[in-house]
Write a protein that binds this ligand. Structure first.
Ligand code: PLP
Length: 398
């Protein structure tokens, strides 16, 4: 019999969404007359922007035409999309990134999960706590279970922990943050970049929620911080920006100046390593999907995705105000679609209380690691009417 990778046995049971589903099912069976409202999972509910739909139809027609049919595309992504990303996401922010630095993929869950493969097993990794579980689990799978340092987010630091006190080699950051909704100021990002430069560390910066940033002083990219081009890579996704969770498109940005060494001290370009990995294990995101992604950079597409984010931000505001009026402390909900609430009790107890009294589903913070215990995450991804009803119920029955 083949032997397993025993690092998998060190993973904690992934019971969060299974356990939520079980409790929701039981509640539904007992309350068939009341509609359950889900503000738990961070998945979008609005349809794709019309320009993306139009581009998908156009690309499908091309695929049906022998003269315009396309098979395998470039593994790193089509130029039309990579050039649009540079021109719209980076150039206007004064960031020098070239199309060669962009790697298009079918989602940033895979990108953030796979990136650690480039590095030695003995490298130490800092992750936020609470944390998007993929950062932790993929490092455990790789054998780094005893090399993970937790950067504790607390109400005192506004859920933006300072850089670690000790040396680490890789640092995962996510702003605007999932699950807390916290955003980092320019000076906080400068501290991380300084830390990375001082420690020869690499920042893995997840920036998929940038479309929700409305405050002009909050940086939208780690590359807006001088020096980051030598010590950071950035992951972005069309999932939340343009409602692509079911369509799947994302990209990773690696400047040519980001380097790493082997055990002999020889220096390697991280961009070249990722290009090798990407082209070996991935055959490109689909052509129609890349056309749809490029369409959101058209003038009309840009208006549509802003409206989409505004819609969810409007929901977030209703949730934030409701939670405020009940006297709970929270972060997020502005410049972010998540509201992170101090429950003042174990997070599963609060989950049950809200579900049983109101029929509203939220996410217990404990599902995001030890630092999430005592908190809950409320997601603004739902229809406006449902959000209003959910908050009315919570205000009335809690
Ligand atoms: N990373 C974080 C922190 C997320 O919040 C999400 C989506 O919720 C993802 C990755 C997954 O993104 P994608 O849909 O591009 O795989």
């Amino acid at each position: 019999m083949p032997k397993i990778n025993e690092h998998f046995t060190r993973l904690s049971k992934s019971y969060l969404f299974v356990e939520i589903a079980k409790r929701v099912r039981m509640w539904e069976e007992a309350h068939s007359d009341t509609e359950i409202i889900k503000l738990g999972i961070g998945d979008v509910t609005r349809p794709l922007p019309p320009s993306a739909i139009q581009a998908l139809h156009g690309a499908t027609d091309e695929m049906a035409d022998p003269a315009r049919f396309r098979g395998y595309g470039p593994e790193q992504g089509y130029d039309f999309l990579r050039n649009a990303i540079v021109a719209h996401d980076y150039e206007p922010r004064g960031v020098t990134i070239s199309a060669e630095d962009i790697f298009v993929s079918d989602g940033s869950k895979c990108d953030t999960g796979n990136f650690q493969e480039l590095f030695a097993v003995d490298q130490t990794v800092a992750v936020p706590d609470p944390v998007y579980p993929v950062y932790v689990d993929t490092n455990i799978m790789a054998g780094r279970h005893d090399r993970i340092v937790y950067m504790k987010g607390t109400p005192d630091n506004g859920f933006v922990s300072p850089p670690p006190n000790e040396h680490v080699d890789l640092l995962y950051l996510c702003f605007p943050n999932n699950p807390t909704g916290a955003t980092a100021t320019r000076s906080q990002l400068e501290q991380y970049v300084q830390y990375a430069l001082d420690h020869d560390a690499l920042i893995l910066f997840y920036a998929a929620y940038v479309e929700f940033i409305r405050d002009p002083d909050i940086p939208r990219s780690i590359f807006e911080i001088p020096g980051a081009e030598r010590c950071a890579v950035e992951f972005r996704s069309f999932s939340k920006t343009a409602g692509f969770t079911g369509l799947r498109c994302a990209y990773t940005v690696i400047p040519p100046t980001v380097t790493a060494t082997d055990s002999t001290g020889t220096t390697y370009s991280v961009r070249d390593l990722w290009a090798r990995r990407h082209s070996t294990k991935f055959n490109g995101a689909s052509y129609p999907v890349q056309r749809a992604a490029a369409a959101v950079y058209s003038p009309q597409g840009a208006v549509e995705i802003r409206e989409l984010a505004d819609y969810y931000l409007g929901n977030a505001e209703i949730i934030r105000q409701g939670i405020d009026s009940l006297g709970f402390d929270s972060v997020g909900g502005t410049n972010s679609p998540y509201i992170w609430v101090n429950a003042g009790r174990p997070s599963w107890d609060f989950f049950d209380e809200i579900l049983n009294r109101t029929g509203v589903v939220i996410t217990p913070g404990a599902g995001f690691g030890a630092g999430g215990e005592g908190f809950i995450r409320i997601s603004a991804f739902n229809d406006r009417e449902k959000v209003k009803v959910a908050m009315d119920r919570i205000k009335k029955y809690l």
